[in-house]
Design a protein around this ligand. Structure first.
Ligand SMILES: Nc1ncnc2c1ncn2[C@@H]1O[C@H](COP(=O)(O)OP(=O)(O)O)[C@@H](O)[C@H]1O
Ligand SMILES: [Mg+2]
Length: 222
């Protein structure tokens, strides 16, 4: 069992929302990898929820055809109403992928979340675009974590990005680096945790889950 405690009541579903108004920052990639890792680590059952009308997570899930990680059929508009069902579905965690841009939709998901992950790519353009998402999550008074994704090796800008984000909130100490295997692994329903178990990307995915889980457990214990 990785360090970081355990969730006290395993029969209640904690909701992790992966949100950013910016597209292409890694929301879907992160949601899928966290779900798979939660199940692998024995810290599930986990359930995925896809609230993006584009349905990339659902598509990935359908090509996956594995039973250990279900995808909930709850639609975005029914989320608030269906939340009690989601919370009592027997899953320890629900991981919600969200669409970019649509502030109203993201707000609805954030309002039901126990923890919000905000992925950010280390580029000036992405950092400028992140303000709206931060605002939205802070207004909802939800705990959140930034996740730096798509970092380049030895790039000064990664450290600058971490520093800039830290001024607004907690940054996950796990950085996900730019590697084609993140994308390639998902083409036929897998993740890097399965296509290259011993690789660096798999380590990052596992560490990100461990940290996220520890944050949930810590907040619950407090
Ligand atoms: N760390 C990474 N390294 C390489 N490619 C990545 C990484 N993270 C995401 N990608 C790729 O970038 C694109 C956007 O990621 P995605 O998860 O779909 O973002 P979002 O859901 O925020 O739009 C996808 O093609 C994905 O495979
Ligand atoms: Mg997406």
């Amino acid at each position: 069992m990785p360090a970081g405690g355990v969730l006290a009541r395993r029969d209640e579903t904690r909701v992790i929302a992966v949100c950013s108004q910016k597209g292409g920052v890694g929301k879907t990639t992160i949601a899928a990898h966290l779900g798979v890792r939660a199940a692998m680590a024995g810290q599930g059952p986990a359930v995925l929820v896809d609230t993006d009308p584009q349905g990339s997570l659902s598509e990935w899930w359908r090509s996956r055809a594995e039973e250990e990680l279900p995808l909930s059929a709850i639609k975005m508009g029914d989320l608030a109403r269906e939340l009690p069902t989601l919370r009592n579905c027997g899953a320890a965690v629900a991981i919600i992928d969200t669409p970019p841009a649509l502030a109203e939709s993201i707000r609805a998901v954030v309002s039901v979340a126990d923890l919000v992950l905000i992925p950010a790519r280390p580029s000036p353009h992405d950092l400028r675009a992140i303000g709206g998402t931060i605002d939205l999550v802070q207004r909802a008074r939800k705990p959140f974590l930034f996740v730096v994704n798509g970092a380049a090796n030895r790039a000064h800008i990664t450290a600058e990005c971490v520093a800039a984000l830290s001024e607004h909130g907690r940054v996950a100490p796990v950085i996900l680096y730019q590697r084609t295997e993140w994308a390639a692994s998902m083409i036929n329903g897998r993740t890097v945790l399965e296509t290259n178990r011993g690789g660096r990307s798999a380590r990052e995915a596992a560490d990100l889950w461990d940290y996220t889980y520890a944050q949930l457990a810590m907040r619950e214990a407090a």
